[in-house]
Write a protein that binds this ligand. Structure first.
Ligand code: ADP
Length: 613
C-alpha cells in the first residue's frame, strides 16, 4: 500500500513537471500534439481519482455513493486513456503530421469517438462490485471484465496498425505502446495474486511521461526561423531572376543596335574588304555575346523551373540543313573535314520542341569545332521507328583534344571548363553542356559521352519525337509551300509605319531594318508623342511600340491608344525582354503581335507581310 501511494505521488510530481515543460513550449498544431495534451490532462485526473479511491477507504461505510461514483469514474478514466492512446497509435500510423484542423474530417477518429461514447455508457450502467477492507478499495465484476475486453481489442487494433505500417515503422514512436502492453500484462498478473495492488495508473503515467520524449515535437521557434530563412532565400532567388531578366534587357538593347547596324553594313557596297571583315568580326562577337546572354537566361530559367518545352510541328530536314550551315560557318578557316548525314528513313515532319532540339545538337557541334584543331568532325543522325515515334540518335564525333577520364563526370556541371587553360583563346562559358543535358532530359532523352584524351570525343543524344501523319501532315506541307513564297520582301511604298522607342540607337536600327520595305517611317521617342500624333489625326498603317520606356510604358501607351475611339491601327510590341512566355503575355494583353530585340529580319518580314501587304 505504501509502495503504491509513493509511486502514485512520484508519478503525479513527474507528470506535473513534464506538463509544465510541455505546455510552456510552443507546439506544432498537429493531431499528435493535440492528443498528447489531452492525455496529459486525463492522466493527471486518473492519478487524482486513484488517490481518491485510496483515501475514501475510511469513508466507505458512511457514503456508499461516493465509493460507487469514484470507482466508476476510475473505470471511465482508464477507458478514456485507452481511447486517447488508440487515437495516438492511429495518428502516428496514418495521420501524424496532419494539422489538427483536419481532425473532424478523418473518419477513423469519428468512429473511434463513437465507440468510446458507447463504451463509457456501458461502463456506467453495468453492474460493478466493490471490495474494500481497511487497506484497499477496488472494483470487480462485469464492468471491470468488459473494460479488460475493450483494452484487449484496443491492443489488437494497435497491433494491426503496426503490421499494416510495418515497412515505414518508426519504432521509437511505437515504444510507449510496447511498454503499455507489458505494463498491462504485469498489472493483470499482479492483480491475479493481489487484486488490491493497482499498477495501471502508474503505468499510464509512466507512458505519458515517456511519450514526451517520443512524440514528434519539433521546436516551433526553430521551424519559424527556418521558414523565414527559406522565404529569404526564395526572395533572393527571385531577385536574382529579376536581375537576370533586367540584365538581359539591358544587354540586349545595345546588342540590338550592334547587330542591326553591322547587318546593315555587310551589304554596303561602299565598304572596302578590310572594313567588311571588321564588320563580320563585329557580327561574330555580338552573336557570341547574344549566345552568352541567352545561356545565362536559360540556366536561370531551368533552375527556377520556369523553362518549358514547347512542342510544335517542324520540318526535320530543314533543321538538319540549318545545323550543317551553322556548323560550316563556325568552321571558318579551320582545316577540318566536316562530314554529315542522316537516315533517309526519318520522316520529314516531326512533333517536338524544334528550337531546343536544334539548340542541343548545335551545342555539341559547336564544341566539336571549338575543341578540334585538325582532323574531322562527324555528324550523324540515325533513327529507330516504333509506331508513331521516331527515336533520333544523334552522334557528334571529333578528333579533337578529348576529355580526361577524371573530368568526364564534371562535364555537365555549370561553368565547368575542363583542361582549358586560363589564357586559352577558346571562347566559352562552361554553360553549354549543363544546359544541353538539362534540356535533353526535359525532352525525355539521354546524352552520353565517350572520349579518349588527346584522341577525340563522341557525344550521343537519343531523343524521341512524334511522327506527323494524316491531316496534320497535309496542312504542314501547304503551310511550308506558302512560306517559301514569302521569303521575299514586300513593297510597302505607300504605307506609313510609326516606331516608338526611347532609345535613339534602337530607333535608328529600326529605321535601317524598315528601309528596304520602302515605307514611310516615322520615329518618335515616347508614348506621349505617340498619343499626340494619333489624337491629332495622323494616319499610320502599323505601330511598333517599345514596352520598357520611362514615364509611360508601352503597355500604358497601348491602353491609352485603345481608349481612343476609332483607333484600329495594328500595334506590335517591341521588347528586349526575352524571358519565355513574354510573347504570350503581350498577345494576351491585346497587342497584335510581338517582336523581340535584337529584331530578326525574318520575324520583321513576317510582321510586315501580315499587316502591310
Ligand atoms: P564551353 O562554353 O566551355 O564550351 P561546355 O559546357 O559546352 O562549355 O563544355 C564544357 C567543357 O567540356 C569545355 O570547356 C571543354 O573543356 C569540354 N568539352 C566539351 N566538348 C568537348 C569536345 N568535343 N572535346 C573536348 N572537350 C570538350
Amino acid at each position: 500500500m505504501i509502495i503504491g501511494k509513493t509511486l502514485l505521488i512520484i508519478s503525479a510530481a513527474y507528470l506535473v513537471l513534464t506538463g509544465i515543460i510541455y505546455f510552456s513550449k510552443r507546439r506544432v498544431n498537429n493531431i499528435e500534439n493535440k492528443i498528447y495534451s489531452l492525455m496529459m490532462f486525463v492522466t493527471l485526473c486518473g492519478i487524482i481519482l486513484e488517490m481518491c479511491c485510496i483515501y475514501i477507504v475510511p469513508l466507505r461505510d458512511k457514503c456508499f455513493l461516493i465509493n460507487s461514483v469514484v470507482n466508476r469514474l476510475f473505470l471511465i478514466y482508464i477507458l478514456t486513456w485507452i481511447y486517447l492512446f488508440t487515437a495516438y497509435v492511429f495518428s502516428i500510423s496514418f495521420y501524424g503530421s496532419e494539422s489538427v484542423n483536419n481532425l473532424k474530417n478523418i473518419k477513423a477518429f469519428k468512429i473511434l469517438f463513437i465507440l468510446y461514447l458507447v463504451g463509457s455508457i456501458v461502463l456506467l450502467v453495468l453492474p460493478l462490485n466493490y471490495f474494500s477492507d481497511s487497506q484497499y478499495v477496488y472494483s470487480y465484476g462485469l464492468g471491470t471484465n468488459v473494460l479488460y475486453a475493450i483494452t484487449t481489442l484496443a491492443i489488437a487494433s494497435w497491433i494491426v496498425c503496426l503490421i499494416v505500417n510495418y515497412r515505414k515503422i518508426n519504432f521509437k514512436k511505437y515504444s510507449p505502446m510496447f511498454v503499455f502492453i507489458f505494463g498491462a500484462i504485469a498489472n493483470m498478473i499482479v492483480r491475479n495474486y493481489n487484486p488490491g495492488i493497482l499498477l495501471i495508473t502508474v503505468t499510464q503515467s509512466f507512458i505519458t511521461i515517456m511519450m514526451f520524449f517520443t512524440i514528434e515535437n519539433p521546436d516551433v521557434q526553430m521551424i519559424e526561423l527556418l521558414n523565414a530563412a527559406k522565404d529569404q532565400a526564395e526572395k533572393a532567388n527571385s531577385a536574382k531572376s529579376d536581375f537576370l531578366s533586367s540584365m538581359s534587357h539591358e544587354i540586349r538593347t545595345p546588342l540590338n543596335a550592334i547587330v542591326g547596324f553591322s547587318n546593315g553594313l555587310v551589304d554596303n557596297d561602299k565598304l572596302d574588304d578590310e572594313a567588311k571583315e571588321d564588320v563580320n568580326n563585329i557580327i561574330m562577337a555580338s552573336d557570341s555575346l547574344l549566345e552568352l546572354v541567352n545561356g545565362i537566361l536559360d540556366i536561370s530559367k531551368i533552375e527556377a523551373g520556369k523553362l518549358e518545352i514547347i512542342d510544335t510541328y517542324y520540318s526535320f530536314p530543314k533543321i538538319f540543313d540549318e545545323l550543317v550551315l551553322l556548323t560550316k560557318a563556325r568552321l571558318g578557316e579551320k582545316p577540318l573535314d566536316f562530314r554529315y548525314s542522316y537516315d533517309k528513313s526519318i520522316p520529314e515532319y516531326l512533333y517536338g520542341d524544334a528550337t531546343r532540339v536544334k539548340q542541343v545538337i548545335l551545342n555539341l557541334l559547336t564544341n566539336s569545332v571549338k575543341y578540334t584543331n585538325s582532323g574531322f568532325v562527324d555528324f550523324r543522325i540515325h533513327s529507330i521507328i516504333k509506331g508513331d515515334i521516331v527515336r533520333l540518335i544523334v552522334s557528334v564525333e571529333d578528333s579533337g583534344i578529348g576529355i580526361k577520364k577524371e573530368n568526364i563526370d564534371k562535364l555537365f556541371g555549370r561553368f565547368e571548363r575542363l583542361g582549358v587553360e586560363k589564357d586559352t583563346t577558346v571562347e566559352g562559358t562552361g554553360l553549354g553542356l549543363a544546359i544541353t543535358k538539362k534540356l535533353v532530359e526535359m525532352m525525355g532523352g539521354k546524352i552520353v559521352v565517350q572520349s579518349v584524351y588527346g584522341k577525340g570525343s563522341l557525344f550521343t543524344i537519343s531523343l524521341d519525337q512524334k511522327i506527323v501523319t494524316g491531316d496534320e501532315l497535309e496542312k504542314l506541307k501547304k503551310e511550308e509551300s506558302s512560306k517559301e513564297e514569302s521569303t521575299s520582301l514586300i513593297d510597302a511604298s505607300n504605307k506609313k509605319v510609326l516606331v516608338v522607342d526611347d532609345n535613339n540607337l534602337n530607333l535608328k536600327v529600326a529605321k535601317r531594318l524598315l528601309e528596304p520595305y520602302k515605307c514611310d517611317i516615322e520615329l518618335i521617342s515616347s508614348g506621349f508623342e505617340a498619343l499626340e500624333k494619333i489624337t491629332s489625326g495622323e494616319k499610320y498603317d502599323l505601330i511598333l511600340l517599345d514596352d520598357m520606356m520611362p514615364k509611360m510604358s508601352g503597355k500604358e501607351t497601348f491602353d491609352k491608344l485603345k481608349a481612343i475611339p476609332e483607333f484600329k491601327i495594328p500595334v506590335v510590341a517591341l521588347t528586349a525582354n526575352a524571358i519565355s512566355g513574354m510573347k504570350e503575355e503581350y498577345l494576351k494583353y491585346g497587342f497584335n503581335d510581338y517582336l523581340s530585340k535584337p529584331i530578326e529580319k525574318d520575324e520583321l518580314n513576317r510582321v510586315m507581310k501580315k499587316y502591310l501587304s
